[in-house]
Design a protein around this ligand. Structure first.
Ligand SMILES: [Zn+2]
Length: 377
């Protein structure tokens, strides 16, 4: 067989020198493009923000306000006013009105899993279907049947926050901000060494001017609940930590959606979801404006459990249909951007921990099995 000139490496000897140089340059350029494409696909993030919205249903995330609940004065205090804010003729327009950052930026540049109407189910793997078991599953990568209450018991499991905080290059660069005051126990702050600002805690000394101001107004603001603060404080403390700290893994746990739902206040639940969407937009805008984080930071956003439907939308508990149904959104480097996912195998809440570490270029190995990363290797 005659040797063929290779289209990749070969060039004709009778080509003039200048022509040859141009051809080689083009080949080098093409090779560069291919390498760039590969490194883009395989590139991991330098920072990850893990964000949770407690008990926000996939029904609202993908379909916007629920027709039955927004028209029911038992749940919606002033249906006409709330409909002006959040009711539109189509599910696409309703979700855009409710969560505009998700349906503009994340849908365009990232991936959103969990729309069961499009065959993209995501489910929790624990059978308790409430908060502590859900957060434990998110943060450890496995359900733990021994966790069967929300009591303030220090978690015996090691979370991915604690694990990442022990990896070289990550020491002291992991932190958590949460609205619910059980998080210091879920993350086992005392053992893990991961600082957790949760419940009504102030920012610890030394404080920035903004933190001093936040500490003051948090102490002076009435709260609807004893164990959960308003999300604005969690959010602003976390944002301030991004400004002045240099976290590589930052966990932000918003709580209002769940508490307003338990209070059976659908208007407040929708407004809380809308505010959380704005908080996430603000975090993303900050990250993309700061050269330390820009284009090197990935967001992983999810929820700890679903809820029932119809008049049971207020609840979530073992055996309640729908309470196992959740969603996951990803935005940033390392994410294979698919927009709104459809026709996927069922994904699990136990896959989030390994997704976080894969994005950071780490291989999460712990004592037991964990769910598989959603990031292609
Ligand atoms: Zn919850």
């Amino acid at each position: 067989m005659q040797p063929q000139p290779s289209t990749w490496g070969g060039y004709h000897q009778h080509q003039p020198i200048a022509q040859t140089v141009i051809t080689m340059r083009r080949q080098v350029f093409i090779l560069f493009l291919i390498l760039a494409a590969f490194s883009q696909a395989a590139r991991s993030a330098d920072q990850v923000l893990l964000i949770t919205l407690d008990g926000l249903r996939w029904q609202e995330l993908f379909g916007g306000a629920d027709a039955e609940l927004i028209n029911d004065p038992t749940f919606t205090r002033d249906p006409e006013a709330t409909k002006k804010q959040f009711w539109r003729d189509t599910p696409e327009a309703r979700r855009q009105a409710l969560m505009p950052f998700f349906w503009s930026t994340i849908a365009a540049q990232g991936t959103i899993y969990g729309n069961r109407n499009l065959g993209s189910p995501v489910a929790v793997r624990n059978d308790q279907l409430f908060s502590y078991p859900g957060y434990n599953e998110i943060l450890t990568g496995a359900p733990d049947p021994r966790i069967d209450s929300n009591a303030k018991v220090p978690n015996r499991n090691t979370t991915v926050l604690e694990w990442v905080n022990r990896q070289p290059g990550f020491e002291g660069r992991v932190a958590a901000f949460a609205s619910w005051d059980v998080f210091p126990y879920i993350i086992n702050e005392a053992r893990s060494g991961v600082p957790v600002n949760a419940g009504f805690e102030s920012a610890p000394e030394p404080v920035s001017e903004r933190e001093a101001w936040l500490n003051q107004i948090q102490a002076q603001t009435p709260s609807p609940w004893r164990t959960v603060r308003l999300d604005v404080f969690t959010h602003q403390y976390a944002l301030e930590h991004l400004r002045h700290g240099s976290p590589r893994l930052l966990y932000v746990a918003y709580g209002e959606t769940d508490d307003f739902a338990h209070d059976a206040e659908y208007h407040h639940y929708l407004e809380a979801a809308h505010r959380a969407d704005g908080f996430i937009r603000e975090l993303w805008t900050f990250v993309q404006s700061d050269p330390r984080y820009r284009d090197r930071t990935t967001f992983v956003i999810t929820t700890d459990h679903g809820r029932g439907s119809g008049p049971r939308w207020t609840d979530h508990e073992a055996g309640l249909e729908g309470a196992e149904q959740i969603w996951i959104a990803l935005l940033g480097p390392g994410v294979n951007a698919q927009g709104e996912a459809s026709n996927t195998p069922e994904l699990g809440q136990d896959q989030i921990a390994a997704t976080v570490t894969a994005l950071l270029g780490l291989n999460y190995v712990t004592t037991g099995p964990v769910g598989e990363s959603l990031i292609p290797p």
